[in-house]
Design a protein around this ligand. Structure first.
Ligand code: HEM
Length: 415
């Protein structure tokens, strides 16, 4: 059980949150329903009253200013990704995300070799075809359907399965494993949850072993074969690291990209003038996706551990303390963005922090953007009068913010 969970379980959380509020006038409860429903007013209060906020549920701090989040994510010498109390250490699924240099540098350079911009560019027609296909199938469901189940859930799993080179017939299995293991990045997971993640990890590991045996004998033009070549090239990539990297690639892009499609479509549907603007000016798609990523980021919280005692934002940070960097709050910081709570698909200026910063900057960023672009293009083209059919339902998670269901209605005849 980790510290967040212990605090919640032992019933001391209410007391500790009261203590936080007494100290600074604000408190941060990562599992509160108010935060799940709409975190941005809560972030705004924290940023205004106590931007480097002492957390009392864990031994750490919450950062909500753009400048601070940007700095901590970049400064790997002072702030480590290797966090002893993290869910990944409890499950044993340790990946690139948990490493610091020099291991991180070695592993990332190997994975990047297989994940080249050229390889991703080559995928574009396939990604568009997959998105079109799903949107066409959604249209067959009638005038009302769930955009999450029809497009946002299946698209990223199908794309990554093709990138890695796993058979389409195993997609169902993949989706189940991926959903379980995505929780590996959540800070608050029960012991039973940790066991479920471990079990999914074991099953996925066995599954990949079979595929690896096949690719060793019959290499193909896919990422698994490219990573195998790196493993065979010497002692630079251990077998365990190879397996963990495959697991990371499978899960890192699924729930995140799904949430970009879901949160992004919801933001457009709640701002019909922006929906219409994008429909009429599809050439604004790239900047629209950046804005949707800024506005409601799929990854809300990132974190680091302080490697040394030091001062930060006027507060004394001790070695070993956790720094929770709120990407969601940083992206709405008025010091970085004009009218930060407005959705403006033509916005320019500072870039959002939704893919992180520095050495851990998201390896799949351009793939995720391509997938979202394909999905939005296809949805807007086919459903020009799309609107919400019901209030959406949210998943209850602290780090990955997304929807369980997004029911929409369209009255135009599908083209
Ligand atoms: C909208 C979709 C996505 C979002 C919002 C997102 C967000 C992030 C963030 C915030 C990080 C940095 C974590 C840190 O600072 O510790 C990250 C890292 C990473 N992401 Fe993504 N991601 C997305 C899609 C993808 C996709 C599609 C893939 C691959 C298929 C992917 C693979 C990775 C990997 C491998 C890392 C680790 C990089 C490293 O530690 O050096 N992500 N992502």
């Amino acid at each position: 059980m980790n510290a967040w969970m212990r605090a919640a379980r032992t019933g001391v959380s209410a007391l500790r949150l009261a203590w936080e509020r007494l100290e600074s006038g604000v408190a941060f409860n990562p599992l509160s329903s108010a935060l799940m429903a709409d975190p941005y007013p809560i972030y705004a209060r924290l940023r205004a009253k106590d931007p480097v906020h002492r957390l009392r549920l864990v031994n750490g701090w919450l950062l909500t200013r753009y400048e601070d989040v940007d700095l901590v994510l970049r400064d790997y010498r002072r702030f480590s990704n290797n966090m002893a109390d993290s869910t990944s250490h409890r499950t044993g699924l340790i990946t690139l995300l948990d490493y610091d240099p020099p291991d991180h540098t070695r592993l990332r350079s190997l994975v990047s070799q297989a994940f080249t911009p050229r390889a991703i560019r080559r995928l574009q027609p396939r990604v568009s075809a997959l998105a079109d296909d799903l949107v066409r199938q959604a249209a067959r469901e009638g005038s009302e359907f769930d955009l999450m189940a029809t497009v946002a859930y299946p698209l990223p799993v199908r794309v990554i399965a093709e990138v890695l080179g796993v058979p389409a017939s195993d997609l169902g299995l993949f989706e189940r494993w991926s959903n379980q293991i995505a929780l590996n990045v959540e800070p608050i997971v029960s012991d039973a949850g940790v066991e479920r993640i471990r079990q999914a990890g074991r099953e996925l590991e066995e599954y990949f072993e079979v595929i690896l045996r096949d690719r060793r004998r019959n290499p193909r033009e896919d990422m698994i074969s490219a990573l195998l070549a790196a493993e065979d090239a010497g002692d630079r990539l251990s077998h365990r690291e190879l397996i963990m990297t495959l697991i990371l690639l499978l899960v890192a892009g699924n729930e995140t990209t799904r949430n970009l499609i879901g949160n992004g479509m919801l933001a457009l549907l709640e701002h019909p003038e922006q929906f219409e603007r994008l429909r009429r000016r599809p050439e604004q798609m790239e900047s629209a996706i950046d804005e949707l990523l800024r506005f409601d980021p799929p990854v809300q919280l990132d974190s680091r551990t302080a490697l040394t005692d030091g001062e930060f934002g006027g507060r004394r940070i001790r070695k070993g303390q956790i720094l929770i960097t709120s990407i969601g709050a940083a992206n709405r910081d008025p010091a970085a963005f004009e009218r930060p709570d407005a959705l403006d698909i033509g916005r320019s200026g500072k870039s959002h922090l939704s893919f992180g910063r520095g050495i851990h900057y998201c390896l799949g960023a351009s793939l995720a953007v391509r997938e979202a672009k394909a999905a939005f293009t296809s949805i807007l083209r086919r459903f020009p009068t799309l609107r919400l059919a019901a209030a959406p339902t949210r998943r209850k998670q602290a780090v990955l913010r997304g929807l369980a269901e997004l029911r929409v209605r369209t009255d135009a005849a599908p083209s």
